[in-house]
Design a protein around this ligand. Structure first.
Ligand SMILES: C[S@@+](CC[C@H](N)C(=O)[O-])C[C@H]1O[C@@H](n2cnc3c(N)ncnc32)[C@H](O)[C@@H]1O
Length: 385
């Protein structure tokens, strides 16, 4: 069977970037939703490739049911119509997650229980045995989405969410999710062929993702996926796809620089980079920004996620630094693109810089912007608009 309907979830604001990624990974079109994109007529091989290569998706979900419902019995029937025993073994543990937008049902927990009963009944009828539920570390995740009238049921092909690349051991304050960091780089036009500098790197997520892009290293090469536990898992196909990805790795053309004023966090970032296999590609340094220009390149990308104080006093304290940052950008980084990812909408005004793009994105629930500035010498005064 090779006509699966997939839903790939992603941080809100990255739908278009993910759509472009899907086109380049499997050559198929995707339709954008809000926080997800949809792909039709996908094959098992597409599922393997998407999980391994996407940098911006959070999960790849495969639709196994989609129909109208009125009550919990309809929910049971929708789940009972799926031949679960064809997908996974009775020895696998599973977990149901449920989300709803506008469902009239009184209890989502009860609806999830009905789906669990349907899965167990399906196995019992076939083998007189049922798989067990594991809420912490299940082999198989089943995702149920309800809206007012319809229920959609998905098998999670990824398992652990895809932003868990397997390299982050330690983290600082407010680390970015790996797929959001990769999305920022792709939105800023980074393709690995330019110099890169994160002056406030924290646990190094943006720099590590930049190094993975520069090395053309697939984002999921260091981890496992749920589809490896499915009955229909094609080990030879998977091995071929992984080998192709390993052979596609190149030497990064440019050094990537990641600085932070906090010495301890720089050590953690270094350990993370080591685990990701990109320690050699990144020059880490404990340094306060601004400082001496870290390299001689005439152009490149400076991209960072400065601290953002959610309380008023904290934010005002942070804003006091913006002018010094913008002075350094003008003096040292003309010819570069500078990107600041923050929830502080005042940043360009206080920096007295006019952004060429302001891209709305969510960092969890926080409504943020990626401000991109072209640092062209002498012409970046903020104009009145
Ligand atoms: C929000 S965190 C960055 C998180 C990072 N993107 C990650 O994924 O781990 C902001 C970082 O900026 C650093 N920082 C703040 N002001 C700085 C400055 N003037 N120079 C260098 N680092 C600074 C802090 O130490 C902190 O680690």
């Amino acid at each position: 069977m090779s006509n699966y309907s997939l839903v790939l979830t992603c941080p809100r604001g990255l739908e278009r970037v993910l759509t472009a990624e899907i086109a380049s990974i499997i050559g198929k079109n995707a339709a954008c939703g809000n926080g997800f994109v949809r792909v039709e007529n996908a094959t098992l091989e597409d599922i393997y490739r998407l999980n391994l290569h996407t940098r911006t998706a959070s999960r790849v979900l495969l639709q196994v049911a989609n129909q109208h419902y009125r009550d919990e019995d309809d929910i049971y029937r929708a789940a009972r119509n799926v031949a679960w025993f064809l997908w996974f073994s009775v020895k696998c543990s599973f977990k149901i997650s449920i989300e709803s937008t506008g469902s009239h049902l009184k209890s989502l927990n009860f609806a999830a229980l009905r789906v669990k009963d349907a899965v167990c009944d399906c196995f019992r009828e076939e083998y007189n045995e049922r798989p067990s539920v594991d809420k912490d570390n299940p082999d198989i995740k089943i995702a149920v989405f309800l809206d007012k009238k319809s229920i959609a049921i998905y098998l999670d092909t990824s398992g652990e969410p895809l932003f868990k690349r397997g390299y982050r051991q330690g983290q600082g304050v407010a680390p970015l999710r790996e797929n959001l960091a990769a999305g920022l780089l792709l939105l800023a036009g980074f393709n690995g062929e330019q110099a890169f500098f994160d002056p406030m790197a924290g646990s190094g997520t943006i720099a590590i993702e930049a190094a993975l892009i520069a090395k053309n290293q697939a984002a999921g090469l260091n981890r496992h996926f749920a589809f490896e536990k499915w009955n229909n898992f094609k080990r030879d196909v998977w091995q071929k796809i992984r080998t192709q990805a390993e052979q596609a790795i190149i030497n990064a053309p440019h050094k990537i620089m990641a600085f932070d004023e906090d010495k301890k966090i720089i050590q953690i970032a270094q350990q993370n980079a080591q685990k990701a296999g990109v320690a050699k590609e990144i020059h880490f340094q404990a340094a306060h920004f601004p400082n001496d220009k870290p390299c001689d390149d005439d152009c490149g990308l400076l991209l960072c996620n400065p601290p953002y104080g959610e309380r008023l006093g904290e934010l005002q304290h942070i804003q006091k630094n913006y002018f010094a940052w913008s002075a350094a950008l003008k003096q040292q980084f003309s010819g570069w693109t500078a990107g600041f990812f923050t929830a502080d909408r005042e940043l360009p005004k206080i920096m007295r810089l006019l952004p060429k793009r302001k891209i709305p994105l969510y960092n969890g629930k926080l409504d943020c912007r990626l401000f991109l500035f072209d640092m062209v010498s002498g012409t970046h005064r903020r104009q009145k608009v």
